[in-house]
Design a protein around this ligand. Structure first.
Ligand code: ADP
Ligand code: MG
Length: 378
């Protein structure tokens, strides 16, 4: 049990808003009238060329740099109202070449802030051991080593463990894997994908590597000359780049150069029984089944075949109205296995849908999820 509890400014992040945020050095804008909302629980990437204002933006959130104009709020509270030290202890910060203290062993490096917060020795050791194991450094082996006895990748993991020491609801990461060689970088990215879900935190992550951005990010914000040019999901950026710069960063043409030759049948998802619903089924029963099977869409079939589709969100709106799926099913977008993937993605996008049914011989044969297909193409 902890004897001391760090004062939490926020238990979880609902949202972070940057409104008209500006930072100037002399008369040059490092960040220029930036507006951005970061949603609680998401991993938002900031990407852009060197000097585009990524680091400055990140450091204004934890007040390592004070903004000149505009406002940053966390859960609706202006960060200027917080004590900066307390604010930073509620925000994990990971940087490239992490800067571990060379004369402290790993235990003391990770345990530094808990110690400053007055935790007992037992509490600190327990936390450090847990965190080392979490970042895949067995604590028996590593806890008493010094930074120079660790490889670059291992030091970077210690950096992450240190940032997590106070279990912060928000993590800021500035090119954390940037200094690593490509193989190691990929390995740490893979591990990070794994622990991202376990951490369950809101993360703002700076990189200049678009592959890293696609691999890790829920949404990606593209910066240029201190401005946020566009922010969106990988899919949105690729399909609707705001300008040439965005198109070149996400490399829209290259990503899709194979698309003309790909057919829907190459990219469809198997039509598992869990997606099939009888048209006479009641809404509540259907919701139950969706919850159990972890699906958000149902293909509604009646005696003669496909009757349409229902989405969980629609079902939720029609609860307790005594309706059956037949009453609320919407007509589906239907493709043939031989349609081109490019056409299929374009049509889904135009109609604001994310899934289509692939029919063969007038029977449902598979599903075509645009998100999934795009991820496979990236
Ligand atoms: P990025 O992280 O995208 O590479 P930065 O946010 O570090 O970019 O920098 C944005 C711009 O602000 C750059 O042009 C940089 O030279 C300038 N800048 C950053 N910090 C300072 C500073 N302390 N003094 C003067 N100019 C700075
Ligand atoms: Mg930077």
């Amino acid at each position: 049990m902890k004897t001391t509890q760090t004062q939490r400014l926020f238990d979880r992040i609902e949202s972070i808003r940057l409104a008209n945020v500006t930072k100037k050095y002399d008369d040059r804008f490092a960040v220029d009238d930036l507006n951005l909302e970061i949603k609680g629980g998401e991993l938002l990437i900031l990407i852009g060329q060197s000097g585009s204002g990524k680091t400055t933006t990140l450091r204004m959130i934890n007040r390592l740099i004070e903004l000149d104009e505009g406002h940053i709020t966390i859960n609706g509270q202006d960060i200027m109202g917080f004590d900066p030290v307390k604010l930073r202890r509620n925000i994990g910060y990971v940087i490239q070449n992490i800067g571990l203290f060379p004369h402290m062993d790993i235990h003391d490096n990770i345990g530094l802030v808990p110690k400053l917060e007055g935790w007992s020795e037992g509490e600190i050791s327990g936390r450090v051991e847990h965190l080392l194991d979490f970042v895949a450094l067995p604590h028996e082996t590593f806890i008493n080593r010094y930074p120079r006895q660790l490889s670059g990748g291992q030091q970077q993991r210690v950096g992450l463990a240190r940032a997590l020491a106070m279990d912060p609801p928000l993590l800021l990461m500035d090119e954390p894997f940037g200094a690593l060689d490509p193989l190691l970088r990929r390995q740490l990215q893979d591990e990070f994908v794994r622990i991202k879900h376990e951490i369950g935190r809101t993360i703002v992550f700076v990189t200049h590597d678009i592959d890293e951005a696609f691999k890790l990010g829920d949404r990606i914000g593209i910066m240029d000359g201190g401005k946020l040019v566009q922010v969106g999901t990988p899919e949105e950026l690729i399909l609707a780049p705001e300008n040439e710069l965005v198109a070149s960063i996400v490399d829209a043409d290259k990503k899709f150069k194979h698309m003309d030759t790909l057919r829907v049948k190459d990219m469809l998802s198997h039509l598992d029984d869990k997606y099939i619903f009888e048209s006479g089924m009641g809404v509540d029963q259907a919701l139950d089944r969706m919850a159990v099977n972890n699906v958000e869409i149902g293909i509604v079939c009646d005696g003669s075949g496909l009757a349409g589709q229902v989405e969980m969100a629609d079902l939720l709106r029609s609860r307790d109205e005594g309706k059956t799926l037949e009453d609320i099913a919407e007509s589906s977008i239907v493709f043939s296995p031989h349609d081109s993937v490019a056409m299929a993605l374009g049509e889904l996008k135009d109609r604001g849908r994310s899934v289509a049914i692939v029919m063969e011989n007038e029977r449902p044969f598979g599903l075509f999820f645009s998100d999934e297909v795009l991820l496979k193409l990236i």
